[in-house]
Design a protein. Structure first.
Length: 718
């Protein structure tokens, strides 16, 4: 029997695990009681690491698609095929004819995150896309405009707050997105016991809403009006508090004019919360010694997601709740990813060819990927590279995007599965995964309420003829990168020498707690060697006040009213007038589940025991009665771009006027090799989403507040 200590990489919580193995087999996975961060807590996803490791559908060697089906090939043949075709297409059509899409798991994989930017830059294309433009791009874009860096997220210091206002987020299920917090339910209870008030605003009574002191339903897509009324009240009643952050904020003078007219009385009917309730909420927030307003996916994937996140940041600044304990603060992780990606954290440098959507952090919005594949002309995408992604289930207008993938000249996927997207690939290159790889959480360390570090060795070795993700990326880069031959040889030699562990070691040593950083003459510091000895991790302490030093703006000041926001606000005012008209159709929203993460956890038996019950359409009894729908009936849900058939789940968990369907399902494709997922197929809600509707400031997809038509499916009715 052997015990291994490891950080779970399946969501944002970074829970510590104790994994017991016996002769190469997993005996048990449980929470590590001594982990400095999670202290023994784990969610149901952690035990699925065994399912991932043992999954018979997981690819371990390269395969190519032939007329007879998938054929296993050698790594050399696979790399040769990719090199030959990428070079051919780039020679005939230019660098932008090669597209790249990176999925959500890239953020959770150490090797990928270390080598991905170098690899994408080596391709020489502007047609790079990423899954973050399907969820959090508005939050990133606003951080870039206000603080100078897209990854400079204000993180709630919830354990020290007196008032926690949550909009469009479900942290008891997400485990604290952009505030990595294991066992957040217990933390909520502890907060409430000492008098902290928790208020949730959401169109659905989520698990978080049920645990809150107060829950207000809000009409989908109207958060922006509520937030504008919030700022209006702060300014009209002189409730703005002096603070060091306010002193370093520019352009505050014009704020009052921008929010003029957005009174609680004006917005109340539109948002579905009375003016009296809005005023009481704001007053309670202002009276609290320390308060936080926090918004996540529900306020990102709407028409004015960027304006929402700007308003959330602005409210925290105006009320004196930024960069102070009990408010929102900024992390200082052991490996400072923000500094490492400083050159990459640019935006608005170029725009997409067809829709003229803006670049952010080197990537274009995914909503225009299908356009760039299907619209003829110079720089049309002819070849595609995907890394750990399944956009045919994750992106809007799936059927249109499918047409784009079907007409590609060449497509290579770096992935461990033949899924709904990769089944169109010519070649699939599968890296080692899960318990076979080392792990250090670069990305999530920058959104943790405590500054922590933890290194996880691989639990199991891989065979010599298999590859790690960073080895695949380096080999492809060597073969397709263009430039001076001598310079490239030196660069590639350095890349090969700088293994993942060496990069981690270097990052730790030069970091704020490293032996070459601020701690050299203060009793030592950390290195990878020293971190490895601390199997339960190191806690460097709580977030500290760090502004203006931590800002990435050139003048070290906060741009309180970015120009892009000023351009958007007239559109918000116009939308306010349009919203006055009653909406007969239901408005679509999504939902999270604790045993799932987007589209990539449906093939694991431990997480799919209730799989058949999870992909349903929730609607209120009032709406069901109007349409003659009974619980369990099959319904037809349609929009201008598609229709789906799905079972009705009648519940008062959602407000009237709302239809709630989870995304990431729809595993019907007979060409997909996902045995468990196919038995619990569900339906793909993104077949309903129009990719021509998007958040205009950043180009993020709009999934919430979409009008849908609902009726009993004909066969059910008969």
């Amino acid at each position: 029997m052997e015990k291994h200590y490891r950080t779970c990489h399946l969501c944002e919580a970074m829970c510590g695990l104790e994994i017991t193995t016996n002769q190469g087999l997993i005996e048990n996975i449980k929470g590590d009681k001594n982990d400095v961060h999670s202290k023994g807590y784990l969610c149901p996803k952690a035990v699925a690491l065994q399912d991932i490791h043992e999954d018979p559908n997981r690819l371990k060697y390269p395969v190519k698609r032939t007329e007879e089906g998938w054929q296993q090939i050698s790594w050399e043949e696979a790399f040769d095929l990719v090199e030959e075709n990428i070079k051919r297409i780039r020679k005939n059509h230019g660098g932008d004819a090669v597209g790249v899409y990176t999925g959500n798991p890239t953020t959770h994989n150490t090797g990928t995150i270390l080598y991905l930017y170098d690899f994408i830059n080596s391709i020489g294309t502007k047609n790079s896309y990423a899954s973050h433009s399907l969820d959090q791009l508005p939050q990133m874009f606003v951080a870039g405009e206000m603080f100078g860096h897209q990854a400079m997220f204000p993180v709630p210091d919830i354990e020290n707050t007196d008032f926690f206002l949550v909009l469009g987020a479900n942290p008891l299920v997400s485990n604290g997105s952009i505030m990595s917090t294991p066992n957040i339910g217990a933390k909520f209870k502890a907060l409430q016991q000492r008098g902290t008030k928790i208020v949730v605003i959401d169109p659905r009574r989520t698990r978080t809403a049920q645990a809150a002191d107060i829950h207000h339903f809000i009409k989908p897509g109207t958060d922006v009006f509520l937030l504008l009324a919030f700022v209006h009240e702060l300014l009209m009643h002189n409730w703005v508090k002096d603070s060091h952050v306010l002193e370093i904020s520019d352009n505050i003078v014009g704020l009052k004019e921008l929010v003029q007219g957005f009174t609680p009385e004006e917005v109340s009917q539109i948002v579905g919360i009375t003016a009296e309730e809005i005023k009481a909420l704001i007053q309670d927030f202002v009276k609290a010694p320390k308060a936080i307003i926090y918004g996540r996916m529900g306020v990102s994937t709407v028409k004015f997601g960027g304006v929402c996140h700007w308003l959330i940041n602005t409210i925290n600044i105006l009320t004196g709740n930024m960069d102070v304990p009990g408010g929102v603060m900024f992390t200082l992780p052991a490996i400072d990813l923000l500094k490492a990606l400083k050159k990459e954290a640019k935006q608005l440098r170029w725009r997409s060819r067809v829709k003229q959507l803006p670049e952010t952090g080197g990537a274009l919005p995914t909503v225009t990927m299908a356009d760039e594949m299907l619209t003829p002309g110079d720089d049309q995408i002819k070849a595609m590279i995907t890394v750990a992604g399944n956009p045919l289930l994750s992106a809007p207008n799936s059927n249109e995007l499918k047409k784009g993938f079907e007409q590609l000249d060449f497509y290579v996927a770096i992935d461990i599965y033949i899924n709904e997207t990769t089944r169109h690939a010519n070649v699939i290159l599968p890296p080692a995964a899960a318990l076979e790889v080392i792990h250090y959480d670069f990305a999530l360390s920058i959104v943790s309420p405590r500054n922590i570090a933890n290194f996880s060795p691989a639990v199991f070795p891989i065979a010599k003829d298999r590859k790690y993700d960073w080895e695949i990326l380096i080999e492809l880069q060597k073969r397709i990168e263009q430039g001076n031959i001598l310079s490239l040889k030196l660069k590639h030699a350095l890349l090969g020498w700088l293994t993942a562990e060496r990069r981690i070691d270097l990052g730790l040593k030069i970091g704020p707690y490293g032996i070459w950083g601020g701690r050299l003459f203060k009793g030592g510091g950390i290195s990878l060697k020293r971190l490895k000895k601390q199997v339960h991790g190191i806690d460097f302490g709580a977030m500290q006040s760090c502004l203006p030093k931590r800002l990435f703006t050139k003048n070290k000041r906060i741009n309180l009213i970015p120009l892009e926001i000023i351009k958007e606000l007239p559109k918000v005012l116009q939308a306010l007038e349009e919203k006055r008209n009653d909406q007969e159709e239901l408005l679509l929203i999504g939902r999270r589940h604790l045993r799932s993460n987007n589209s990539w956890m449906h093939n694991y038996p431990r997480l799919m025991k209730d799989g058949d019950k999870r992909c349903t359409a929730m609607l209120h009894s009032e709406e069901a009665q109007k349409r003659g729908i009974a619980n369990g009936d099959w319904m037809e849900v349609s929009t201008n771009v598609g229709q789906i058939k799905i079972k009705a789940e009648i519940t008062d968990e959602v407000m009237p006027g709302v239809l709630c369907i989870p995304h990431g399902w729809g595993h019907h494709d007979k060409h997909v090799h996902l045995d468990v997922a196919s038995k619990h197929a569900g339906v793909n809600v993104n077949e309903l989403i129009d990719h021509s509707i998007y958040e205009e400031m950043s180009g993020n997809a709009v999934f919430s507040g979409i009008p849908v038509k609902v009726k009993v499916f004909a066969e059910t009715a008969s």
